[in-house]
Design a protein around this ligand. Structure first.
Ligand SMILES: [Zn+2]
Length: 248
């Protein structure tokens, strides 16, 4: 369900049944002359829409205003909209605090932008990961008081941790494409991988007649096909299923 369309009784049900609450996280960034600037975020939104038909999840309104960077092209006349990660962190912390206050304990964000080395991190996902940790610590201290971790009732903390239900699992970040997917599907910027994916999920966001393949990163887009994109879409859907399907 889309969060903005939910009624309070539906929100209470989602909390009670511990539905995953998912933030599509992305940027607005130049993706060559042939593709829409929202590509990275649209890819996450459409992947979530795909699995929302089979799994009970809450999809939050997407966040497009990440740290795009101007590494690909300067913004003037090209469309990249960069918001600095130091600005994002407090905003994201407020968002996560709000979601915890509502009662959600199964919160996720998915990101495609600059996610090829997700373990190491890049500014947008690092800002949101940092915010998630900060929000969780502050929330726990507010709810349980200082010294919550050291108290007797927490003696099973490491056992809980192993079972995957400790508080630091309340908010988790994920790349849209795992290393396993990237081994089977091209990861690029505005090249054959991204362009094919868009041709499969949002063909209205691509105009192949405008492709400028003089840019090295876009040159492979000449070979893009909706069929290849459909393969990426299937791999991504399987990954999302694994992450978001109900446990136990
Ligand atoms: Zn991209």
């Amino acid at each position: 369900m889309r969060y903005e369309l939910m009624l309070p009784h539906q929100i209470r049900r989602a909390i009670g049944e511990n539905w995953p609450v998912v933030l599509p996280l992305g940027v607005l960034e130049y993706h060559g002359e042939h593709m829409a600037v929202g590509m990275d975020t649209i890819a996450v939104i459409e992947a979530l829409n795909d699995i929302e038909r089979e799994i009970d999840i809450v999809i939050l309104p997407p966040f497009y205003y990440g740290a795009a960077s101007y590494a690909v092209e300067p913004p003037e006349g090209n469309g990249s909209l960069h918001v600095d990660a130091s600005t994002l962190a407090p905003l994201a912390q407020s968002m996560f605090t709000g979601l915890l206050r509502i009662g959600f304990r199964n919160i996720h964000f998915f990101i495609h932008h600059q996610s090829e080395n997700f373990g190491a991190g890049m500014p947008t996902d690092l800002a949101f990961k940092f915010a998630a940790r900060q929000a969780t610590f502050a929330f726990l201290e507010r709810e349980r008081g200082e010294g919550w971790w050291g108290r007797e009732g927490m003696a099973d903390y490491y056992a809980q941790h192993e079972a995957g239900d400790d508080p630091f699992n309340w908010i988790k970040g994920h790349p849209l494409m795992t290393p396993e997917i990237i081994a089977q599907y091209p990861f690029d910027h505005a090249g054959i991988g991204e362009t094919s994916l868009m041709l499969a999920i949002r063909p209205d966001a691509v105009d192949m007649g405008r492709l400028d393949d003089a840019k090295w990163y876009a040159a492979s887009a000449r070979e893009a096909t909706a069929e290849l994109g459909a393969k990426g879409r299937r791999l991504i859907a399987e990954h999302l299923r694994q992450v978001l399907k109900p446990k136990g």
